[in-house]
Design a protein around this ligand. Structure first.
Ligand code: G3H
Ligand code: 13P
Ligand code: ZN
Length: 326
């Protein structure tokens, strides 16, 4: 089936208490690993492309890779989404160039300016034929990702959400409730240890999520920065020459909880990077004489696939939901 926007997916996800996985894509193996898992699990999916991904792989290559995935996986709905669109021009280029959904990230702007640029993108996207869905953001995520860096985060203010959604006409809203981008979401000193000695980060601000949802009944909420930073992959990276001390993510049980509430889209990128990097590092150490990229990219792609399968089944709850989202 052709690429779709996120409208039907979010309606179903909201109604039935699950979330759609929004996975970042940068190359062929990542697209394949994600969509092969979704195909086998019969799951709807959002493939998202950041400004950095467009700079790295080129807009056309990414669109064509995602279109190829849609041909290879004809029975699952796939959204091609711009992640953290920095301005109107980038959103317009993506809308004109085959994306079915865009995010305009005005979250670091003053409230009125965020409304103005988001409204402009919405007007353009919604007048496009076919209709392109738009995600806006209120509140900023702290984090260390270069392209979307906000060194100081600020939680979403529930008292602002109705005005923002009404004035802009956005289709979904990303909110800040304590997640952040990258693999270092919490400092060890912010965490406690459970009975197995594993670090447990502070809970997300579910009180803010609940207040936002009360003000916007039926409206889809988005969570960025939702990688869980699997400790098996952190260990693999560190065991095979990497240095990622104290990498900590969002516990999966909290994401599962959010997916049952109003959160309809959960963004995951860092976990894919860790799976790929850990696998490639291990391969190089164990096979020092090999130099065929297919030999190390193949297990990396396979591990991305297994990681995504786990997210679909055990975290997001969207496995088996492709048909109702068409
Ligand atoms: O939100 C950030 C995503 O992980 C994309 O990261 O800007 O390095 O492509 P990137
Ligand atoms: P992570 O860094 O937690 O994977 O977040 C990705 C993200 O929010 C993309 O927009
Ligand atoms: Zn993000």
């Amino acid at each position: 089936m052709p690429l779709v926007n996120s409208k039907k997916m979010f309606e179903q996800a909201y109604k039935n208490g699950y979330a759609i996985g929004a996975f970042n894509v940068n190359n062929m193996e990542i697209v394949q690993g994600i969509t092969e898992a979704c195909k086998e699990e019969n799951a709807p999916v959002i493939l998202q492309v950041s400004k950095g991904a467009r700079a790295y792989a080129n807009h056309t290559y990414l669109v064509k890779l995602v279109e190829a995935a849609a041909i290879e996986c004809p029975n699952i709905p796939i959204v091609l989404h711009l992640d953290h669109g920095p301005d109107f021009e980038t959103c317009k280029a993506c809308i004109d160039g085959g994306f079915t959904s865009v995010m305009i990230d005005g979250s670091s702007l003053p409230f009125e300016e965020n409304i103005a640029v988001t409204k402009k993108v919405v007007e353009y996207a919604h007048s496009h034929n076919p209709y392109v869905t738009v995600e806006g953001e209120l509140g900023t995520l702290s984090g260390i990702e270069d392209e979307v860096s906000h060194t100081v985060g600020s939680y979403t203010r529930p008292e602002e959400v109705i005005e923002f959604v009404e004035k802009t006409g956005v289709d979904s809203l990303a909110i800040a409730i304590g997640t952040s981008h990258g693999a270092y979401k919490f400092k060890p000193e912010q965490c406690t240890r459970n009975e197995k000695g594993i670090l447990v980060p502070p809970a997300l601000r579910f009180d803010i999520l609940t207040e936002v949802s009360k003000k916007l009944p039926g409206f889809p909420i988005v969570l960025h920065g939702s990688s869980s930073v699997p400790q098996d992959y952190v260990k693999m990276v560190n065991d095979f020459g990497g240095q990622m001390p104290d990498a900590i993510g969002v516990p999966e049980d909290q994401l599962r909880e959010a997916a049952k509430l109003s959160v309809c889209k959960i963004n995951i990128d860092s976990d894919l990077r860790l799976a790929m990097t850990g696998t490639v590092r291990k391969f190089f150490v164990e096979n020092p004489s090999k130099f065929d990229p297919r030999e190390y990219l193949k297990p990396a792609r396979a591990n991305i696939k297994e990681l995504v399968r786990h997210k679909l089944r055990d975290v997001l709850g969207c496995a088996g939901k492709a048909d109702e989202c068409k």
